[in-house]
Design a binder for this molecule. Structure first.
Ligand SMILES: Nc1ncnc2c1ncn2[C@@H]1O[C@H](COP(=O)(O)OP(=O)(O)O)[C@@H](O)[C@H]1O
Ligand SMILES: [Mg+2]
Length: 368
């Protein structure tokens, strides 16, 4: 059966009413048999290929995994179409905050009607596997996977990707929604029939709706929401945020795509990451990758100003400025071509001698 409970907290309460509150002790709480009820429960609920969710979606294979969810390719038995089915990870199923966020993600995605945001097909609740979100099944790879594979994007590729991301963000901001977790793992790259690169925004679990606490009533004051190394300073300080937090993150994504490493190394201890973010201690892009145009340095500095009011006022304005920077002018095309050849040569040398390439290696692949 599938229905739609009011929100995640409603689900968590329903589970407690069914007597599951005995597992409240968490993963360390073993019962008298020495087994861990929460872990057993998670294993029972762990989805497998062949499982049918809500009598409708037959799971086929896992296509992705985030911090709190697993995404499957599934067949919609009512239409015969293939979809991507996102489920809360079994070990998170009892966390009301996670369920709240999942419900909010479903609600936001159903409202979004723009090609640059992944399309939601259906949402609901399955007795065994909890909330689900059926989306269009995207073929391709995330920007994170692409960068892990090829190192950097060319200016032309970044133009295509950034244009779509900017459109998606502007659309959300127009609805009063801030994404709050923009990063390469949440940007999916799709190649159209003509080989043109386009991008779709994913993962709306941490969106902020409107000015105040969201209508699910759960205050997030003091909570760190997002991915620390990509957070804006105000987000890292748990101060009020607005769309300019996405302006910051958009710049971090562009940096990573052109330079080939994160502006703030997410593998550092959390305290160091937060300090670097809070004081906006950021590198100059062209000093890390000589192929990067100096105009990008200026664009990046403005996008990542410590005070939100010193940044671009909107993603649309930010994108306009970036598109000029990435425009293929004769001199920069020559510069980029020359520098790209240099990077390729060093990479080949590095492979031959088994030493690390000069660009900082991407060590945070797989995080969400
Ligand atoms: N519609 C989709 N089609 C194909 N793969 C997807 C789709 N949505 C998500 N994924 C894959 O699943 C991963 C995790 O999804 P995401 O929504 O970011 O989960 P989380 O909220 O847990 O971070 C993504 O990085 C991507 O690789
Ligand atoms: Mg994600």
């Amino acid at each position: 059966m599938w229905g739609w409970p009011r929100n995640g907290r409603g689900v968590a309460r329903a589970w407690e009413r069914k007597g599951r509150s005995r597992i409240r002790g968490g993963t360390k709480c073993a019962n008298s048999n020495g087994t861990n009820p929460r872990r057993n429960d998670a294993m029972e609920r762990s989805p497998h290929a062949g499982n049918v969710i809500a009598s409708r979606f037959a799971l086929e294979r896992e296509v992705g995994r985030g911090g709190t969810s697993v995404v499957w390719a599934a067949s919609d038995l009512t239409t015969g179409k293939h979809v991507a089915l996102k489920l809360v990870a079994p070990q998170e199923a009892h966390d009301p905050v996670v369920n709240d966020r999942f419900a909010r993600e479903c609600e936001v995605l159903l409202r979004c009607q723009i090609r640059q945001v992944v399309r939601a097909e259906a949402t609901g609740y399955d007795q065994t596997h909890g909330f689900f979100l059926a989306m269009e099944l995207l073929e391709g790879e995330t920007l994170e996977q692409r960068l892990a594979r090829v190192g950097v994007l060319s200016a032309a590729e970044l133009r295509c990707v950034a244009k779509d991301v900017a459109k998606a963000l502007s659309y959300l901001h127009g609805l009063g929604i801030t994404h709050r977790d923009l990063k390469p793992a949440n940007i999916f790259l799709v190649q159209d029939g003509c080989g043109e690169l386009s991008a779709k925004l994913l993962d709306f679990g941490t969106v902020k709706l409107g000015e105040n606490a969201d209508r699910y009533g759960r205050t997030e004051a003091g909570a760190l929401v997002g991915t620390p190394s990509r957070m804006s300073p105000e987000q890292a300080r748990s101060l009020p945020i607005d769309h300019r937090t996405d302006v910051w993150a958009f710049a971090m994504v562009a940096f990573e795509a052109l330079v080939g490493s994160q502006a703030i190394d997410g593998t550092m201890p959390l305290g160091q990451v937060v300090l670097a973010v809070c004081f906006a201690r950021l590198p100059v892009p062209s000093q890390l990758n000589a192929a990067v145009d100096h105009r990008f340095d200026a664009w990046f500095a403005r996008s990542t100003a410590l005070a939100p009011q010193d940044r671009f006022d909107s993603v649309a304005a930010q994108w306009m400025a970036l598109s000029t920077v990435l425009e293929p002018s004769a001199s920069s095309a020559h510069r980029l071509g020359r520098a790209a050849r240099r990077v390729r040569t060093v990479l080949i040398d590095a492979t031959n001698t088994m030493t690390l390439p000069p660009l900082a290696p991407r060590r945070n692949v797989g995080t969400t």
